[in-house]
Design a protein around this ligand. Sequence first.
Ligand code: NAP
Length: 269
Amino acid sequence: MIISGKEIQVRRSKKLIQKIEKLSHKPVLVIVQIGNNKESKVYISQKIKFGHSIGCEVEHYHLESDVTFDFIKKLIGDFNADDDIRGIIVQLPLPKKFDQSAIIECIDPSKDVDGLTSTNIHKLVTGEEGMIPATARGVLTLLEESGIKISGAHAVIVGRSVLVGRSLGQVLLNRDATVTICHSKTKNLEKITSQADILISATGIPGLITAKHVKRGQIVIDVGTTAMDGRLVGDVDFASISKKVAYITPVPGGVGPMTILSLFENVVK
Ligand code: NAP
């Protein structure tokens, strides 16, 4: 069965629109972009389009890569102090010269809708869960909406970034999954991935997960998104695997729409 993130996004958007209509003010999300990463441009335009479609304001601040840290800190400080602004994200990745953590720490944790400040990461690790990082929340929603049982399942995650792999591992652990996280130094990857009930790949290596990495009846979630020859491709070799496993997400149209939805669910939260 193919799990359509697009369909879940449409369904959940209706609930989000109803919640937004009941608010006294239109929620405002600010997106800070630094530099000119090509993929960021696409992701930001998708966020702006989706935000407008559900009744949110989205303000996009595009800074050149020669901007100073002090300027960024002051700008984010002004957004923190503005009561009309409910969410702030710094679009990642940043140009290499910047200290990503230092910039993210400038965001007030209550407006940190990407869930990446140390306050929100701490809450995630302790199980309190403030703002869950959008992609992790998106994968969780996708599993829940598809009726997949998380408690007691063995979840294998390939990729250990804070943005995706680690935060998702914590989200699933908080829901009583047994979690294994793999990375580029993992030995015998296929031996580990084929033991999973739920296999999630988030590496950005197209075609990394092939038929030998999966077993019959598995649930396979492909977070990977890489631009190749003018289209987006995932980590999973969809053609060879889809006949073998029970559930699989496509790229595009799987986790991507869920991440955008989750970002705005965090804004409303
Ligand atoms: P990242 O920071 O580059 O992390 C990639 C991870 O993959 C690292 O932990 C790396 O291991 C691991 N890895 C690389 N090669 C591997 C291999 N051969 N075997 C096993 N593990 C390997 O990337 P990210 O920010 O987490 O993003 C990962 C992918 O998800 C990208 O394609 C990105 O575009 C996509 N993404 C999609 C969404 C969405 O909404 N669909 C959202 C966020 C990200 P080491 O730690 O050992 O280097």
